[in-house]
Write a protein that binds this ligand. Structure first.
Ligand SMILES: [Zn+2]
Length: 216
């Protein structure tokens, strides 16, 4: 991995990640994530992805996602899980303006953000595949643990490749974590992340981020 400032290099890293995880997820698409009329069904159909039924997972420990302060509206990407010929599959949808940044604003920053968001979503798809925090038999998910798993795996991946320039991604991701709203669900997720990456470490990385925490 050799990220530099040229946009084509960032796009190449994105494509490389996509190809390296083809066994986990074959479908990665860009959508207008702010469109309120969207649904998993509509997103799959629009992307021309064949499916038999949507896989929906519930977490009984969380009464209301909205009360817990966990909303899709602010998400920069999401993963739709579905069944096709009885096999579970995932499709990743990424927002076309990550953190409000369009490709025209800054192509390099656009792809840098998409690299972070696609890796996070790929870790959700992997989680389902290995059934770490998802259970296919009873369609249950531990939502907080699934988010912690995706965040920690993402940080770990980019921290591991820091010598080849991935510290840019690691720092930006740390800033993103610190910039999240302090809602009950995100506070539980944050506390889980700090068991692997202490808050002081996240703050040190975020202090070198190319975007400050609040813009995430
Ligand atoms: Zn997530």
């Amino acid at each position: 991995m050799q990220p530099q400032s040229e946009p084509s290099v960032m796009k190449a890293v994105f494509d490389q990640l996509k190809e390296a995880h083809f066994d986990i997820c074959k479908h990665i698409n860009f959508i207008d994530i702010t469109d309120p009329s969207r649904s998993p069904e509509a997103d799959l159909e629009k992307a021309g992805i064949k499916y038999d039924s949507i896989l929906r997972f519930t977490d009984n420990s969380i009464k209301s996602l909205a009360d817990g302060g966990y909303t899709m509206a602010s998400a920069d990407g999401y993963t739709v899980n579905f069944l096709l010929d009885d096999a579970p599959q995932s499709a990743i949808f990424l927002g076309s303006t990550p953190s409000g940044i369009s490709q025209e604003d800054s192509e390099s920053l656009f792809w840098t953000l998409q690299i972070l968001f696609v890796y996070h979503e790929l870790m959700h798809a992997k989680d389902l595949k290995i059934e770490k925090n998802f259970s296919l038999s009873d369609r249950k998910v531990d939502l907080v643990k699934a988010e912690i798993y995706a965040d920690i795996s993402t940080l770990r991946f980019f921290a591991k490749h820091q010598k080849s320039g991935a510290d840019v991604f690691r720092n930006l991701y740390a800033a993103g974590i610190l910039g999240r709203a302090k809602t009950p669900i995100y506070t539980r997720i944050f506390n889980g992340i700090t068991k692997s990456f202490p808050e002081a470490q996240l703050k040190a990385w975020a202090s070198n981020s190319i975007l400050p925490p609040k813009t995430q």
